[in-house]
Ligand binder design. Sequence first.
Ligand SMILES: [Zn+2]
Length: 284
Amino acid sequence: MQTWCIGTVTITKIVELEVTGGTRFILPHATPELCRTLSWMRPHFMDDDGRLKMSVHALLVETPSRRIIVDTCLGNDKQGRSVPGWNNLQGPFLQDLATAGFARESIDTVICTHLHVDHVGWNTMLRNGRWVPTFPNARHLMGRTEFEYWRDQEEFREQVTVFADSVQPIVEAGLSDLVATDHRVCDEVSLVPTLGHTPGHVSVRVTSRGKEALITGDFLHHPCQMARPEWAAVVDYDKDESTRTRRDVFARLAGSETLLIGTHFAGPTAGRVVRDGDAYQLVA
Ligand SMILES: [Zn+2]
C-alpha cells in the first residue's frame, strides 16, 4: 500500500486495475518508438519495449477533520462500457478499501475530478438489481459545470449510461453537492480548475504545514505528456485547452517541492516536476 504524508494529511492509493500496453486508444501519439527515447520513464512508467504502464486507482485523503476519496474508479457490475474489460468487473476494490482502514461507511466526502466512466464507477454498487450509493454517509462533490454538461449530453451513449448508473442515483439519494471549480473542501483541501479534458475538470490541491500536493485527475493521463504536453488524449474535450493547462501547471510546479500525484500514474504514482529542455520530467 502506498501512502504520502503532506503535513497533517495522509494520502493512500487503492488500486483497482493496472495495465501495461494497450494505451494507444487514449494516447495515440505515444508510440513505443517515440516513448523509448524518454528513458527517464523506465522502469516505472513504461517497460523496455516502450509500452506505457497505467493504473486506475482511488486516492484516499485523510485530514484532521475529513475522510475523502478522490475519484471512484470503474466499479463492479457496470455494463455498456466501451472498453470491453471494463464491463461486469468483479474486483475486490471495496475489500481492499476496508482492509486499508477505509470502510465505505466511514468516508464523509467523495470528490469527482470529472464525470468520466473511470472516475465515478464506485459512486454506486448493485444491490437487489438497483444502483445504490456505495458511500452512504458522504457528500459527493461534483463540479456544477461538469455535472450540467453530462446531464444534458445525449450523443455519447457510454456517458449517458455512466450518468444514469453512477451519478443520477447519488443525486436522487440527496448526496450530491454541485460546486465551483475552485471550491474549498476544508482547510487543507481545495479544487483547482484544470480545464480541457472535460468542460469542468478539476484537480485537487492538498496543503498542510508548508507542504503541498496536487492530485491530477485527467488533465494528463501519463508522465509522457510532461515531455510532450501537446500529446492530448483522444477523449480530451478541447485539446488546445488541455495542452495549455498541461503547460501552465508544469511551468508553475517545475522546480518546486510540490508532489504531483497522478490519477493514472503507475508504480510510484507521485513525483516532482523538473524542467527538461523546453519540456518536463517527473522525478519519482
Ligand atoms: Zn481517467
